[in-house]
Design a protein around this ligand. Structure first.
Ligand SMILES: [Zn+2]
Length: 179
């Protein structure tokens, strides 16, 4: 990934795909784009927010730390942080219309926030809460997500679980069904 700084990294990456002609070729072949995957750190970038909102960032070892490798995910129990993340996701999704599967994955190498509220509710529950909030504005601004005709099974959030216990010592709790 080219480093353009701040959250525009994912937008710039998408623009590169467009400018390079890849998106046009995908459209010709009726192929869909899936992404941007491990992006939480880019959609709530520490350089943009950490100075003014340190409480949005995850607690690790008693300190609020940025979303970087061996850092922490942002504080998913903080509703203001979740709202900013949600707004940033929507802004990106509007600018990336050829992404038909919007895949949002926490950044690699970070554990969940250790604050009392995050521990109490559980990282899996908070992640599902966040995803539920993320999809609400997208129902209006990107009604094509998921792609029309795709099976939905009564829910437009797909969960994927990757167990990496050596990096995430917190036990997973039950995932709450959002719909
Ligand atoms: Zn927290």
């Amino acid at each position: 990934m080219v480093n353009f700084g701040r959250q525009v990294i994912v937008e710039a990456q998408y623009r590169q795909l467009a400018d390079g002609g890849l998106l046009a070729e995908l459209a010709k072949r009726d192929m869909m784009l899936h992404g941007p995957a491990h992006c939480f750190n880019l959609l709530l970038h520490a350089e943009d927010y950490m100075t003014n909102h340190p409480d949005w960032f995850g607690l690790r070892g008693g300190k609020q730390v940025p979303q970087t490798f061996a850092g922490a995910q942002f504080c998913w129990s903080n509703p203001v942080a979740r709202k900013q993340f949600t707004d940033n996701v929507e802004a990106f999704a509007r600018q990336a219309p050829q992404i038909h599967i919007l895949c949002l994955v926490p950044f690699d190498g970070g554990q969940a926030c250790e604050c009392d509220q995050c521990r109490k509710v559980g990282a899996s529950n908070l992640l599902m809460l966040l995803m539920g909030e993320v999809i609400e504005p997208l129902k209006t601004s990107r009604p094509d997500l998921p792609r029309p005709g795709e099976p939905k099974a009564g829910c437009n959030v797909a969960a994927e679980s990757c167990q990496l216990r050596r990096l995430n010592p917190q036990p997973e709790k039950a995932v709450r069904n959002q719909e």
